[in-house]
Design a protein around this ligand. Sequence first.
Ligand code: TRP
Length: 432
Amino acid sequence: MRIERFLTGITTSGTPHLGNYVGSIRPSVRHSLRSGVESFYFLADYHALIKVDEPARIQRSTLEIAASWLACGLNPDKVVFYRQSDIPEIPELTWFLSCVLGKGVLNRAHAYKAAVDKNTAAGTDPDADVNVGLFMYPVLMGADILMFNAHQVPVGRDQVQHIEMARDMAHSFNHRYGEHFVAPEAAIEDHVATLPGLDGRKMSKSYDNTIPLFAPRDQLKKLVGSIVTDSTPPGEAKAVDGSALFQIYQAFASAEDTETMRQAYATGISWADAKQRVFEHIDREIAPMRAAYEALMNDPGKIEAILHAGAAKARAIATPFIGQLRHAVGLRDLRTQDTVAAKTAKLALPVFKQYREPDGQFYFKLQSADGRLLLQSGAFASPKVAGQTIAALQTDGIQALHSSPVPLQPGPDITESDIAAALQALHESKQG
Ligand code: TRP
């Protein structure tokens, strides 16, 4: 069975919230514990630089996200958990991929196109305030994925286009330089819930409607209390459809508990009581992890050590692989002679030539591809024996030199090992 390799990155630009937990962290951690999968999780801090220019926020977010994943049960001994910027092979691969991907493909990337459309609508320069990093975002992401030849990349629908671009890069590179990359597939996570935020829209940093995953208990209580509800008074039946509070509850509750809550809505639970139940339920799941999170946040050295160990595991793959790729594209030690030269040398094989002299005897010689005399036979009375001797040289190599019924003489300046190499080349060409 092929071990499926999963890989996913988390941009280090914010504080993890309950939406990230339900939509990404919780399913990923569960998935990583399955057998037959090999998982790569990394902190996409190079990606974060595209939109965040506050160094302290990048650092803080990296720490918080690492601590969150670990607190939620990601086992760094079972998965490869690392920080993108600890892998210098990734930016190098980004460059290789940049050189095989058409610029037009990036022009069509959603995030870039959205920025251009917005500028065009506003009547400004189409590329106003667009940095090259944003434009190159899909290439860096392609390098993240192809560096480890991941088969499956769990992503939301908004990221599918990036995976298609990564496939495009894999194919373009393979086409030019041989089969080096696996074309990745998007593992679309339709089954995981998108959590609504405080205002009922999708929970997202950009809507400023989030509940931080590890908000302290009293803050969590306050935030759950501020989830939008309608004005149905206590004692009156409440609709579950369109209730953000209900959806949030459902993301944390068993089917049974969800049913009980549905009943409570129908029989007129007050919003205050419903919120109290929701808060208690979320807190029950989060509280044990919150303690682990706080311990990790107070011990950044421990996280550094974990990330370094992860980077070592990742680089055990990335370093030799980038070496292979450098060689493939022609960034090579000048002393090595390979591909073109070696291929032509292989194609241009030495040849045996048989002939008859005016003395009526039969002879053969072995000539190198460039026409030099490698081996000269003496006189054979029978052409059949001459042919058998050639066959023996081709199958047995240099040993046959000494068992020949007729003396065989190396050509001028030719050593026995030259002859052995020529016979070996002939032999291999017959086999392959
Ligand atoms: N673009 C992803 C996001 O914003 C993060 C990311 C970076 C990523 N590199 C990746 C995801 C590679 C999957 C694979 O969510």
